[in-house]
Design a protein around this ligand. Structure first.
Ligand code: PMV
Length: 327
C-alpha cells in the first residue's frame, strides 16, 4: 500500500529546549505551538517488497548521507512498531523553501509518520499514538500532528509524552509574520542544541518556571488575551536564547537584524499594535500578531534594511492523509 500525508510546520510559543531523555526525545518541559497554515510538507510512503533498502526523494532529489540516515532511523522505528519487514520508498516535498526561516523537521516527521502508518493499513493507531511516534523523529513534529493550537505534555516516558490540540484553528485568528534575516543554513541544528542545553547553569531555572509559563500562555490563548500572551511568549523566547548563549559551547542565533526587529516589535506594541516576537534556533524573527494587524506589520518589516524577505502564515489544521492506494 501507498499513502500520502500532509502536515504543517509549527511555531512554538512556549519552547522545547533540552531533553530529559535524548534518545526518546522526552523534553525537559511541556510546550505550546500553533500550526502554520499554507506552509506544508507532503510525503508519500510505499512499503515495498521489491527494494533492498529505504529510498528517499526530497524536493525531487534522491538523498544520501545524513538526511537519508535520519529518515531510515525513523523508518526502522516504524517497522518495529508496525511489525513490518519491507523497506520504504519515500517521496517528500515542501511548499516552502528550506532555509527560509521555517523549520521543516516538524512537518517532515509528522507527514512521514502519518503516511507511513496509513500505508501500513493499521487502523488502530490513534492521533495520540501518532504524536508519540512523530516525536521520536523530531520532538516538535509531535506538535504538527494535531490541529490548531497544540500542547505537548512533556511526560516522563514514551507513553506519557504526547501532544494534543488545546483549541481548533478557528479559535483565534493569529498570524505569524516571519521576518527573514538570513537564509544561510544554521551551523548547529536543534538535535545537537538539545543535548547542550543542560550545560547552561540557567537551564534548571528555565525548566523550573516552565509549567507556570505554560499555564499563563494556555490561559491567554483560551481567553484570546493578547497582552498576557505577548508578555509570556517574548519572555519564553528570551529565556530559551539565554540558555543557548550560556551553553558550552555557546550558541548565538541572533544577528544584528534579529535584535533590530525585536526592538521594533516592542516599540510597535507600545504604540498599541497587537504584535509580539518569538525566535527559534535561527536568526529569523517570528512576529505574531492578530489578523487585522498582519498587513501593517508586513509593510513595516519590508521597510527594514536587514529584512531580506517576509512570509506570513495563519493558524493551520492537523496533519492529514491525502490519499491511500493499493499498488
Ligand atoms: O524538534 P526539534 O528538535 O527541531 O526542536 C525544536 C526546537 C525549537 O524550534 C527551537 C523550539 C520549539 O519548541 O519548536
Amino acid at each position: 500500500m501507498e499513502a500520502t500525508a500532509r502536515a504543517h510546520p509549527n511555531i512554538a510559543f512556549i519552547k522545547y529546549w533540552g531533553n530529559r531523555d535524548d534518545h526518546l526525545r522526552i523534553p525537559a518541559n511541556s510546550s505550546i505551538s500553533m500550526n502554520l497554515d499554507g506552509l506544508s510538507t507532503e510525503t508519500t510512503v510505499e512499503w515495498a517488497d521489491d527494494i533492498a533498502a529505504d529510498y528517499l526523494i526530497l524536493n525531487g532529489t534522491a538523498q544520501t548521507g545524513p538526511a537519508l540516515e535520519r529518515v531510515q532511523r525513523h523508518l526502522d522505528m516504524l517497522r518495529r512498531r508496525l511489525n513490518l519487514s519491507a523497506y520504504a520508498r519515500v517521496e517528500s516535498t515542501n511548499n516552502f523553501p528550506m532555509g527560509a526561516g521555517i523549520a521543516s523537521s516538524a512537518s517532515s516527521f509528522a507527514a512521514l509518520t502519518v503516511a507511513g502508518v496509513a500505508a501500513s493499513g493499521r487502523g488502530d493507531i490513534d492521533e495520540r499514538e501518532l504524536t508519540r511516534l512523530a516525536r521520536l523523529g523530531s520532538g516538535s513534529a509531535s506538535r504538527s500532528v494535531p490541529g490548531g493550537f497544540v500542547e505537548w505534555h512533556s511526560g516522563d516516558s514514551h507513553e506519557t509524552s504526547y501532544a494534543e490540540s488545546m483549541a481548533p484553528e478557528n479559535h483565534w485568528a493569529l498570524v505569524d509574520v516571519i521576518a527573514v534575516i538570513s537564509t544561510a543554513h544554521k551551523a548547529v541544528g536543534s538535535t545537537e542544541g538539545h543535548k547542550s542545553a543542560s550545560t547552561s547553569v540557567l537551564q534548571t531555572a528555565r525548566v523550573a518556571d516552565a509549567a507556570l509559563r505554560f499555564e499563563q500562555c494556555k490561559r491567554a490563548i483560551l481567553d484570546r488575551d493578547f497582552v498576557t500572551f505577548a508578555e509570556v511568549v517574548e519572555r519564553d523566547s528570551n529565556l530559551m536564547h539565554a540558555i543557548m548563549m550560556t551553553s558550552r559551547p555557546p550558541l548565538f542565533y541572533w544577528l544584528p537584524g534579529s535584535l533590530e526587529v525585536m526592538e521594533s516589535v516592542r516599540s510597535w506594541r507600545s504604540e498599541g499594535l497587537d504584535v509580539c516576537y518569538t525566535m527559534d534556533a535561527g536568526p529569523n524573527v517570528h512576529c505574531i500578531c492578530t489578523q487585522e494587524r498582519a498587513a501593517e506589520i508586513e509593510t513595516r518589516l519590508r521597510q527594514m534594511t536587514y529584512v531580506v524577505d517576509v512570509r506570513t502564515a495563519g493558524v493551520g489544521g492537523a496533519a492529514s492523509v491525502v490519499r491511500v492506494s493499493k499498488r
